[in-house]
Design a protein around this ligand. Structure first.
Ligand code: ZN
Length: 269
């Protein structure tokens, strides 16, 4: 990219200590994509930049590109997401998503749509009522389905990947690697190509379809039964593992599972 100094707004995705007193920040900016930025002296107790450069906020930053590093020279908070920071469920959910974006989004690729997707989602969560473990997994899965769309991996949920005809409930199978549904006729006929296709329950398929296109506020509505959300989470994980760049040895929802166990403990106590 041909710039030496810019002002932009962004969301801090990840912070890591660097050298003795500095920090490295991964910042998703609105106009310049994800950037790895150096905060000089940010580990020192009286560092001026550090308090504003936190993940639960939208910030305006001034950046200077040097030979080795992009350095943050000033930062100003535009919006702080207090609820996301303080509420453990939402904090866990957001940290998990930011961690994934930090890992798989390429640096230096301007992508304002991705920025809008993330900031809309954060604002929505900030204003949402309490979010339990199952709803958290559903919201995160919905975001990943939108990210897959955004990065050009269209998951086929209505027509057969092979013959293109519309699939009917209970007469299709699921193949995450090929990116969606295949009708049982094609799966049977070309069993060599589709041997890995699995059964998919209609309830889980309905959740996938709904999660991809519903408005954010509508995502709070459907009842989430144990087995349905479990299937949904596994289906989304398989898609993410196959189609988003990066190495997904653990499922996207793993950090939210402890919330589910807290809830079930609270119910039985
Ligand atoms: Zn077919």
């Amino acid at each position: 990219m041909n710039w030496t100094s810019v002002k932009d707004e962004g969301i801090v995705l990840h912070v890591a200590p660097f050298r003795e007193a500095d920090r490295l920040y991964s910042i998703l900016t609105r106009h310049h994509g994800k950037l790895r930025c150096l905060g000089r002296g940010a580990q020192k107790p009286k560092a001026k930049l550090a308090p504003a450069l936190e993940p639960f906020a939208r910030v305006r930053v001034e950046l200077v590109r040097g030979r080795r590093f992009i350095t943050v020279t000033s930062v100003e908070t535009l919006e702080r997401y207090w609820n996301l920071q303080q509420d453990i469920e939402r904090r866990t959910l957001v940290s998990s998503v930011q961690g994934h974006l930090h890992r798989f989004v390429h640096e230096d690729h301007p992508d304002d749509e991705l920025y809008d997707l993330l900031t809309e989602w954060l604002s929505f969560l900030e204003g949402a009522k309490q979010i339990g473990g199952a709803r958290g997994i559903f919201l995160q899965g919905a975001l990943f389905l939108r990210l897959l769309d955004h990065f050009g991996y269209h998951v086929e949920l209505s027509s057969c990947l092979s013959c293109k005809s519309e699939v009917l409930p209970l007469s299709c199978r699921w193949h995450a690697g090929k990116g969606g549904l295949v009708c049982t006729d094609c799966a049977r006929r070309d069993s060599h190509d589709w041997f890995a296709a699995q059964r998919i329950r209609d309830e889980a398929l309905m959740l996938l379809k709904f999660a991809r296109h519903a408005s954010l506020s509508d995502l709070m509505r459907p009842a989430l039964k144990g087995r349905d959300i479990e299937d949904f989470a596994k289906l989304v994980h398989d898609l993410v593992a196959h189609h988003l760049p990066g190495y997904y040895d653990t499922p996207f929802y793993e950090s939210l599972l402890f919330l589910l166990s807290l809830e079930s403990n609270a119910k039985t106590a």
